[in-house]
Design a protein around this ligand. Structure first.
Ligand code: SAM
Length: 279
C-alpha cells in the first residue's frame, strides 16, 4: 500500500461530509479527530518484525506511515534509502564516501536507519530533522547521527553551504505552496554549491495511480492543489503538483537534473533531483 493511501486522513476514514469537514478545519477541531485517529491505529494488531535494528514503538510508526506495520517500515525504508543512494551516486554524490547528508522530515528514521550508518561509516556525517519532537527524540536516542527539531517555518539552525546531499521523502507533500517555496530556499541555503537535493512530491503520475478521484483532472487546470487544507506539516494535509510546476518552483535556485515520475508499481512518489546553483 502507498504512503498516501496509508495517510488517508481522519476526515476520509470518518467519511465526513465536506461542509462539516470544512467547519471542523476552520474551527481547529479537525486536529482533535485526526490525533484521536492516529492514537487508535497502533491498536490494530501488526505482526512483530525484527530487522536487527531498533524498531520505533507502534505509536511512532503510525505518525509517519499511518500503520504500525514494522515490516513495511523496515523494507520500504530500505528500498527508499537504496533509491536515494543510487540517485545521488548517479549525480556525483557517493553517500559512502565522506558525504555530509541531511534527511529533512526524517520522522522516526525509516530511511535514516539505513543511510545514517552508511554515511558515517564512509567518514561522512548525517543529520536528520523534523518538526515532531517525539520522533526526533526517539531517533536521536536510537540511531547513529545527529537529530534536530526544526520549525514548520524556515530557517533551520543548520550552517549555510554545509551539506553535500539533502533528501526529503513525503515532506513537501504535506506543505502548502508558499511553504514549499520557503523550504526550497532553505535547502538551497544549506547545500554547498553543486550539492544535491532529492525531494519527493505527488505528481500527476502518482495522482493517477494512487491519488483521490478528481486530482488528475484538477492538475490539468491548477498546477498546485491542497487537499484537507488544515494542520500543515501533518499527514492530514496533502499537496499535489505537476512536474512542470515543481520544476518552475525549483529552477531559480537549482539546476533541475531530472524529475523521476511517481510510480504505480512498487509505489513511490515522484522525485525532483536538483543541483544547487552557486549564488
Ligand atoms: C509522511 S512523514 C515521512 C517521514 C519520513 N520522511 C519517511 O519517509 O518515513 C512526513 C514527516 O515530515 C515531517 N514534517 C512535515 N513538515 C516538516 C517540515 N517543515 N520540516 C521538517 N519536517 C517536517 C512530519 O513531522 C513527518 O515526520
Amino acid at each position: 500500500m502507498t504512503l498516501y493511501a496509508r495517510l488517508v486522513p481522519a476526515a476520509v476514514r470518518l467519511r465526513l461530509r465536506p461542509h462539516l469537514q470544512r467547519a471542523l478545519e476552520v474551527s481547529g477541531l479537525i486536529g482533535v479527530l485526526h490525533r484521536r485517529q492516529e492514537r487508535r491505529l497502533p491498536q490494530a494488531p501488526a505482526p512483530p518484525f525484527d530487522d536487527g535494528l531498533p524498531m520505533p514503538p507502534a505509536e511512532l510508526l503510525v505518525l509517519v506511515g499511518a500503520s504500525s506495520d514494522g515490516r513495511w517500515f523496515s523494507e520500504g525504508g530500505r528500498e527508499h534509502a537504496a533509491m536515494f543512494s543510487s540517485l545521488a551516486g548517479k549525480h556525483g554524490v557517493d553517500v559512502g564516501k565522506a558525504a555530509d547528508v541531511w534527511d529533512l522530515g526524517c520522522g522516526c528514521g525509516r530511511i535514516a536507519r539505513w543511510l545514517a550508518p552508511e554515511a558515517i561509516a564512509g567518514g561522512g556525517a548525517f543529520t536528520g530533522s523534523d518538526i515532531n519532537r517525539r520522533l526526533v527524540d526517539w531517533t536521536s536516542a536510537h540511531l547513529p547521527g545527529r537529530y534536530l527539531l526544526n520549525g514548520l517555518k524556515t530557517p533551520t539552525s543548520l550552517a549555510p553551504k554545509s551539506k553535500d546531499l539533502v533528501y526529503a521523502y513525503s515532506v513537501l507533500t504535506h506543505l502548502r505552496e508558499k511553504a514549499v517555496r520557503a523550504w526550497l530556499e532553505e535547502v538551497h541555503r544549506v547545500l554547498r554549491p553543486g550539492g544535491l537535493a532529492l525531494l519527493t512530491f505527488h505528481d500527476e503520475c502518482y495522482a493517477g495511480a494512487w491519488g483521490p478521484p478528481g486530482v488528475v483532472g484538477r492538475l490539468e487546470r491548477e498546477p498546485f492543489i491542497v487537499l484537507n487544507d488544515a494542520m500543515e506539516g501533518s499527514n492530514y494535509l496533502s499537496s499535489w503538483t505537476t512536474a512542470v510546476h515543481l520544476e518552475a518552483l525549483a529552477a531559480p535556485l537549482f539546476e533541475v537534473l531530472e524529475i523521476v515520475p511517481g510510480r504505480r508499481d512498487n509505489p513511490t512518489q515522484a522525485i525532483a533531483v536538483l543541483r544547487a546553483r552557486a549564488e
